[in-house]
Design a protein around this ligand. Structure first.
Ligand SMILES: *Cc1c(COP(=O)(O)O)cnc(C)c1O
Length: 247
């Protein structure tokens, strides 16, 4: 029989606690974003009943359809926080702002500028993370940073973008996000997480006016390694909801 969300969630919490302890960290430092792409509203309600409060979607269209359905089921008192974890096209920025509190996937200056303009227009501040491609995989979104340590050109191009983004009104930059390559052995992606943290430490020194508190890294196949390397937000889909239907 399929495991329930409650059973999966209990197992995940145990694994998070163990990984945190191995690294000498408090498990409470690790926020779980339950990634609900392809998950129907009733399963999201089940996750809410288990105590999960932060949900992540990767597509604006799917979120637009599903979020109201979830809220209709939970009622107006529910405390739900929606994060966008997938790539955002500039032309969908307005719709994304209407749906999400945190956008993990800001990967260009023009996108940040558009979000800033729209946030100011609607009188709010939106929390963003900067998505970084530190692995060099061509299929990944994110600021190109696979050679940031050894290539001053690549590094400084990013620093310049960051300086501009930090000057934009309506945005609160709170850290970095990355999607690691798919690997059968999570140990092989440890260096990816380690490099994102090193980049964060570099930015924190260079731009102390932003918080840089968050490292959004780690998914179902590699979250324990990500926690050992300093993740503060892990994005879990299958670990909580089971395998997704094949597209
Ligand atoms: C789907 C997705 C996740 C969750 O993936 P799992 O492997 O199911 O945990 C995390 N982050 C992003 C950006 C995703 O698109």
């Amino acid at each position: 029989m399929e495991a329930s969300v409650a059973e999966r969630w209990a197992a995940v919490q145990e694994r998070i606690a163990r990984a945190a302890r191995r690294a000498g960290r408090d498990p409470a430092e690790v926020t779980v974003v339950a990634v609900t792409k392809t998950v129907p509203p009733e399963r999201i309600v089940e996750a809410y009943a288990c105590g999960l409060r932060i949900f992540g979607e990767n597509r604006v269209e799917e979120a637009e359809e599903k979020i109201p359905q979830v809220h209709a089921r939970l009622g107006s008192e529910a405390q739900v926080h929606w994060h966008l974890v997938g790539h955002l096209q500039r032309r969908k920025a307005r719709r994304a702002l209407g749906l999400f509190e945190v956008i993990h996937s800001v990967d260009s200056l023009p996108l940040a500028e558009k979000l800033s303009r729209l946030a100011v227009e609607s009188g709010r501040v939106v929390e963003i993370l900067l998505e970084c491609n530190v692995s060099g995989e061509a299929t990944k979104y994110g600021f190109p940073l696979h050679r940031w340590e050894e290539d001053p050109g690549q590094r400084e191009a990013f620093m310049e973008a960051v300086a501009r983004i930090l000057d934009l009104p309506g945005l609160r930059v709170s850290g970095l996000m990355t999607v690691a390559p798919v690997a059968s052995d999570p140990e092989t992606v440890r260096p990816v997480f380690r490099r994102l943290r090193a980049l964060r430490d570099f930015l924190a020194e260079r731009f102390p006016r932003a918080s840089w508190a968050h490292l959004s890294m780690g998914m179902t196949d590699d979250f324990e390694v990500a926690i050992e390397e300093g993740a503060t937000m892990i994005r879990l889909g299958r670990a909580i909801f089971g395998e997704r239907p094949v597209r």
